[in-house]
Design a binder for this molecule. Structure first.
Ligand SMILES: [Fe+2]
Ligand SMILES: [Fe+2]
Length: 187
C-alpha cells in the first residue's frame, strides 16, 4: 500500500471512531449520564491513533516532503492543516481534563466534556475531509516512487515509536468500542 493510501485508510478509521464518539455524546445527552469508562477508551484511542500516530505521520513525514516539493500556495495548505492539528490537540487535552474531573464526580465537567466533544468531532471530521479532497490528491500529484518508499520507512518508525514492534490493528479497537456502545445503549 502506498503512503497516501495508508493515510486515506486511517481517515476511514478516524470517521468510524468519530461516529462512536458522537454516539457516546448523544447517549450522554439522552440519559444525562456520562459513561466514564467508554469515554476514557475513546479519548485514549484518539490520543494514540489519531492526534498521535496518524497526525505525526502527516507532520513528521508527509508535510516536510511536500514542503520540499510544492509551490508557496501549496505550502499554505500544509501550514493551515498544521494549525488545525494544534487546535485538535488542544481540544483533546481539554477533553482529558474534563473527563478526569467528571470521573471524580464533578457533573459540570461532564457537561463540558459533551459540549467540547462535539466541537472536536466537527473539527476532526472537516479536517479529514479537507485532507482527503486537497492534501492527499496534492501528494499523489507531486510525490514520486522514491518519496513514497521514504515515507513508508518513516511511517513504520512512528508505528514502532507508538505501539512497539508487535503488529497493531486499530480497527479492532474501533469494532470493540462500537460493540461496547451497543451493549451500553441497550442496558
Ligand atoms: Fe491532519
Ligand atoms: Fe489526516
Amino acid at each position: 500500500m502506498k503512503a497516501v493510501e495508508i493515510l486515506a485508510e486511517e481517515h476511514r478509521l478516524l470517521f468510524r471512531a468519530l461516529d462512536c464518539f458522537e454516539r457516546l455524546l448523544d447517549e450522554t445527552t439522552r440519559s444525562a449520564r456520562l459513561d466514564v469508562a467508554i469515554a476514557a477508551e475513546i479519548v485514549e484511542f484518539l490520543e494514540q491513533h489519531i492526534d498521535g500516530c496518524h497526525q505525526d505521520k502527516e507532520e513528521e513525514v508527509l508535510f516536510p516532503k511536500l514542503m520540499e516539493n510544492t509551490t508557496a500556495e501549496q505550502g499554505a495548505l500544509v501550514r493551515e492543516l498544521l494549525g488545525v492539528h494544534e487546535c485538535e490537540r488542544g481540544l483533546l487535552d481539554e477533553l482529558r481534563g474534563h473527563l478526569m474531573a467528571a470521573a471524580g464526580g464533578d457533573d459540570p465537567s461532564g457537561d463540558e466534556f459533551v459540549r467540547r466533544g462535539r466541537v472536536y468531532v466537527d473539527l476532526q471530521r472537516s479536517h479529514a475531509e479537507r485532507e482527503n479532497s486537497s492534501l492527499l490528491p496534492l501528494a499523489e500529484q507531486v510525490l514520486g516512487r522514491a518519496d513514497d518508499a521514504e515515507m513508508l520507512v518513516g511511517f513504520r518508525k512512528l508505528e514502532e515509536r507508538y505501539f512497539g514492534s508487535e503488529p497493531c490493528d486499530p480497527s479492532q479497537a474501533v469494532d470493540a468500542l462500537s460493540e461496547r456502545l451497543d451493549a451500553s445503549s441497550s442496558a
